[in-house]
Write a protein that binds this ligand. Structure first.
Ligand SMILES: Cc1cc2nc3c(=O)[nH]c(=O)nc-3n(C[C@H](O)[C@H](O)[C@H](O)COP(=O)(O)O)c2cc1C
Length: 408
């Protein structure tokens, strides 16, 4: 995927700049052409010679050529490179450079290049925990995200300052994966496909105020919807009650209960090519929810029993209704995960099941990352390392793409 690709690597003045040397090496090993661009501050941390040697190209730092005798054709390199690049990644990205990009500043070569960039941009914010959580930085990151910049979330852990928290540059494979995913987006390999995704929890009313629910954040399903749309698919996202923004280009249908979700899936299933069922649908719902709030005094005794009925099994129904659709389900298991997931996949006639355990580090509810194992119809587990949910989403979609019949 990286062979022959033109990658711009922006390096800014953060303590993690030395790690970018490994990134250059891995891009070059994978067959990419890498042009490194540094901010003047970055040269305080690593010498340009290191990057020039690894990338086999001169590193660009200065906006203006050192000698006025240089041919004028070399004076607009920021424009030329903006056209040349298939993708640009800034890793590490300082709070300062992120702020400049968010406001459209172009006061050095790197920020000028970002403005002239035609292709996609990946940014890996890397800084001390207080700089990262600062309202201004979070706002600026949000601005970039809203413009379609792919943000690679920093990892939490011990930082160079001795403090602890989010701010660390993720390992090289995570950054490479992010670039590959962005390149997949430009390839639009899911164009012409219709993907139906469910996400989030369901809420089953006990009365107008209370409900039975679960801890699903919806982030995994929203990541699948976002990744599929970026790869050109027409995406319908059926979302339980979550406070997440609709990914660009995605058609969203909001539901509350399992029954509403079942109805919405039935309504859209016939027209889709693949269903990715990542919602955590409640298995049971109160049999007769009260029309008005149940008063504490009205309960009478110390015990309050809620009688529940089984909710519809959306995946099983989809398995029975399927004509040509690829079916993907999730299995959230805390014990004997592989065994249960295999059983669920076979029982519900799924093409792929995504197994995860919320107790594993990096796979907790609401986390930005996930640790999953993919199991297809050959029953062979493909365990994936901990990675951002968006990258997990792309891996799931890679498998979906293989399962879809060849495009007509
Ligand atoms: C030792 C040291 C480490 C630093 N590490 C970071 C960092 O990891 N992230 C960050 O945003 N700023 C860091 N800074 C501050 C930036 O270097 C400073 O904001 C600079 O203006 C960034 O310039 P640039 O964005 O043009 O590269 C560090 C500064 C020093 C002295």
């Amino acid at each position: 995927m990286l062979t022959g690709k033109h990658i711009l690597l922006g390096v800014t003045g953060g303590i993690a700049a030395y790690k970018s040397a490994l990134l250059v090496r891995e891009f070059v090993r994978a067959g990419a052409e890498v042009q490194v661009v540094m901010t003047p501050s970055a040269t305080q941390f690593v010498t340009p010679l290191t990057f020039a040697t690894l990338s086999r190209r001169d590193v660009i730092i200065e906006m203006f050529p050192p000698s006025p005798d240089q041919p004028t054709s070399q004076w607009t390199k920021h424009i030329d490179l903006g056209v040349w690049a298939d993708c640009m990644i800034i890793a590490p990205a300082t709070a300062n450079t992120i702020a400049k990009i968010a406001t459209g500043m172009a006061d050095n070569f790197l920020t000028s290049l970002v403005l002239a960039l035609r292709g996609p941009l990946v940014v890996a914010p890397t800084m001390d925990v207080d700089m990262y959580t600062n309202t201004a930085t979070q706002h600026n990151i949000g601005v970039l995200r809203s413009r379609g910049v792919h943000i690679v979330e920093p990892e939490a852990g011990e930082l160079a300052s001795g403090l602890s928290g989010p701010g660390r540059l993720p390992d090289t494979p995570v950054l490479i994966e992010a670039v590959k995913n962005v390149l997949k987006g430009t390839a639009k390999d899911l164009a012409g496909r219709r993907i139906l995704v469910t996400a989030g929890p369901t809420q089953e009313p006990i009365d107008p105020v209370r409900y039975l629910g679960n801890r699903s954040s919806g982030k995994m399903g929203f990541a699948v919807a976002s990744a599929a749309a970026s790869r050109g698919a027409a995406v319908t996202l059926i979302a339980g009650p979550v406070a997440l923004a609709t990914p660009p280009g995605v058609q969203r249908v909001d539901v509350h209960t399992a029954r509403e979700m079942a109805d919405a899936v039935s309504g859209h299933f016939g027209a889709c090519d693949a269903l990715v069922m990542s919602a955590a649908v409640a298995d049971f719902a109160p049999a007769s929810p009260a029309d008005s709030k149940i008063k504490r005094e009205a309960l009478g005794t110390e015990r309050f029993v809620i009688e529940c009925v089984k909710n519809p099994d959306i995946l099983r129904t989809a398995g029975e209704m399927r004509t040509h659709q690829v079916l993907v389900g999730f299995a959230l298991e805390t014990d004997n995960g592989l065994e249960h997931a295999r059983k669920k996949r076979a029982g519900k006639k799924l093409d792929l099941i995504v197994l995860n355990d919320p107790r594993v580090d990096g796979a907790a509810f609401g986390s930005e990352t996930n640790v999953v194992t993919l199991i297809g119809s050959d029953d062979k587990p493909e365990p994936l390392p901990r990675m951002p949910k968006l990258d997990v989403a792309h891996r799931i979609l890679d498998r979906v793409l293989q399962l879809l019949p060849a495009a007509r």
